[in-house]
Structures are given as structure tokens and as C-alpha cells.
Design a protein around this ligand. Sequence first.
Ligand code: ZN
Length: 240
Amino acid sequence: MVSVKIDKALLDDVLSGAYTKPDEDTQLVTPLVAQYHIQSRPLPGDTINPTVRMLALTFDDGPGDLTPKVLDQLGVYESHATFFVLGHLVDTYKATLQRDLREGNEIGNHSWNHPDLRSLSPAGLDQQVLGTQSAIQAATGGYTPRIMRPPYGGTNPAVQRYLEAHGLTQTLWNVDTNDWLDRNADVVYGRIMASAADGRIILVHDIHPTSVQAALRAIRDLKVQGFQLVTVSDLLKYRG
Ligand code: ZN
């Protein structure tokens, strides 16, 4: 691995505005250059080939201490994923969320602390869903998730209408690895690989060591098999 230092002026037309504000040069550009391996972190959308198989890996219930390992691997294999995060963890893992976005991944809303949304009053829904939107916005300098995954997949027409009314697309999954139940990396890895197919949304959790081990192997091997690993929004754009 070779690290290079690049004059910011050379990056002016490839960096988004958030990285080029003159008064934030030092804070934002320096860590970006330090961590960013240019050839391995294309922005999502720029490099997707619609004619090539693609799927979305999704990581629920974080962020957690293991999330950076997933981000490292996504970077190495020029891939992206979606993280459905819990609002109560957002402040603690603010730096991880910022890194998710900086590296082109997507953040989705997964409620504040994982209740079944079907059991909630309107005020309860506001706390769980809008409270999490606000926390993510505060932690990331204004990023607003556009997708929401109800905990347990627990939804009904009222929940779905509520989400839509707040600009959120309800996003479930095609493949449940049951990784929270079977804490065995080989088993979880096998389920991911066996179910991988074009257009699939695969659910794992980035809070269990076994799940993260499985995901690291799967990211590598799915790439080797020729899959593009894209965010949920990109998948919906091309395969929705
Ligand atoms: Zn969950």
C-alpha cells in the first residue's frame, strides 16, 4: 500500500463541497487524504455498471466497535454497503458514521432503540423515527437518511404511510442470514454466499464478531465472483 500526499488544489473538482470549504480545509481535507486510497474508494454511482450483477449488503443495529473493520474491507474491495443504525448509538459512534458517509456508504434509520413500530402511538413513532433522523443529522453535519428499516421487519400500512409521509422509503430485505441466532462465522458466510444473486438485499448485523468475520470474507469473495456491492439506494435505482 502506497500513501501519497496530494495538494488540495488538484482535488478541487473531484471533492464535494463539504471538503472544499476554505475555512474547513485543515480539519476535513487532511484526514480525508490520510485515509483515502484513491483507487479503492470510488464514489457510489460513478462506477456502477447496470449490466453487471449487483447486490446490497446491509448492516443493522450498529454502529459498533466492529463497524470500522467492515469499512476497511469495503474500501479494499471497492465496495459500498448500507448501515441501518440505532439513534441511541449515534452520538457515541459519531466518527464512524462520518466515515461511513465519507467513504460513500449509505446510512439508514433503524429507530432509536429497536421497538416494534406497530405497537407505538404517533408520539412514540415521532420519538423513534424522527428522533433518530435528528440525531443522525446532528452527528453528520446534516445528512438525512432516505431509507428506514423497521426493527424485526415489523410493519403495517399505518407504519408504512407514516414513513412515507416523512420522506422515508421502507426497506426490508430478501435474505435474512439469521446471524444473530447462529453466532458462527462459517455458517453466516455460507448463507450469504448461497443466497447471493442479482438484486438481493442481504441482512447481517455489524455488532456480532462472527457476523463481521463472515461479512469480511463475503465482501472479498462476492467481489471475486464479479458482484458489485452497492448501497440500497443505488440498488433500488437500478433494480427497484
Ligand atoms: Zn435490528
